[in-house]
Design a protein around this ligand. Sequence first.
Ligand code: NAD
Length: 440
Amino acid sequence: MKISVVGTGYVGLVSGTCLAETGHTVYCVDIDKEKIDKLRMGQLTFFEPGLDAYLQRNIKEDRLHFTTSLKEAVEKTDIVFLALPTPPGEDGSADLKYILGVSEELGKLITSYKIIVDKSTVPVGTAQKVREQIAKNCKTDFDVVSNPEFLKEGAAVEGFMKPDRIIIGTASEKARHIMAELYAPFVRQGNPVIFMDELSAEMTKYAANCYLAMRISFMNEIANLCEKTGADVEMVRKGIGSDNRIGKRFLFPGIGYGGSCFPKDVKALAFTANELNFDFKILKSVMAVNQRQREIFFDKVKKYFNGKLAGKKIAVWGIAFKPNTDDIREAPALYIIDELTKAGCEVLAYDPEAMHNAAEYYAGNAAVVFKKNMYDCLANADALLIITEWNIFRTPDFEKIKSMLNNPVIFDGRNLFEPDAMQEKGVAYYSVGRGLQLER
Ligand code: NAD
């Protein structure tokens, strides 16, 4: 099939490349010329494991093309995926200006039957808005399908190639058949393609992300209570995770969720509920708990230094919102680094992949210094904070840490180490939800 993907960011590039990998001809479109130029030369624009090999192969095989011209892409293809941003507006609602702007342009460009597939995360009712926007200028038959994306940054290629399920929201038989054929290579192991109405498809994406965010906030609350009771949240996590009804995933306590999806999607669903005069109590708590979790972590550091952070040098390991990505959007590390610098600290930071994004974010802020390797951050630092659970941080050289830090103290927001082992090594160790902690 001939497919265009409008928006060549995390979702668009992964989707386009993986669709090309299964033999389709794909045109990826973006308004960012620099991005398109790089991709044309076979250079990735973000870090994602496994993506480079697919990119090189499909460019070479002439199945994957990059353009800044929506017109060129639409003319050459029959299915148009929208993988455009839906950032939160001031009020928390999903901003649809990219989706609706492109939809209006599409209306002028469509001259034969096309399926417009919405992959972006959009509020319930958006497919109809897209339809109306296209129809303003279009005389030709077309279908709009809701096909939310569930890929996970850091494991996006695998997630796209072997999805747990594919959700297709459409009332059109014709679109349904074409979409089933398109996705057939991705579900050969029998994972379901679930067809439903478009409103339910749009809601499914928000319900999934909000549910996962809720699990994280719930475990963070259990962790906070563990710190007051002396229980160990890691034991509790194993204890409940082995219950089949609960399952093991998304039960890891820490310093709260971040990234480009959970924070904005929770906010957007809360906004939708509010608009409909529905008091979605759980979602409000999920957001409040997530914010408080970052504050609790920072307060532990502050408390340790008796509130006197000014002039301290703090080493930070991990900036990306999770491991295996260079994405720092809404990363908890940004909150922690901001609070540290506001309190007068100098921050020495390292991340295996996200430093270029972080350096851009903190450009001009002399209080944040990036180091080339994880140990370089430690020289004369007063404490080490671990914010992202990259594998490289799991087995550090503790003797080196101890000899380089002014103070052998680690604040671990991801529970990477055993508290007893840390005690034996002579490291003061503060993690999340494991035994009685410093009073707030
Ligand atoms: P992104 O910011 O990485 O990419 C969006 C791209 O769209 C950018 O490259 C931008 O330049 C481009 N763009 C903006 N306006 C354009 C226009 N008029 N024409 C062409 N290109 C344009 O965003 P993303 O992370 O890929 O997310 C896209 C959507 O997918 C969002 O709705 C998001 O919620 C959803 N989603 C994201 C993930 C994820 O893990 N990132 C997972 C599932 C769903």
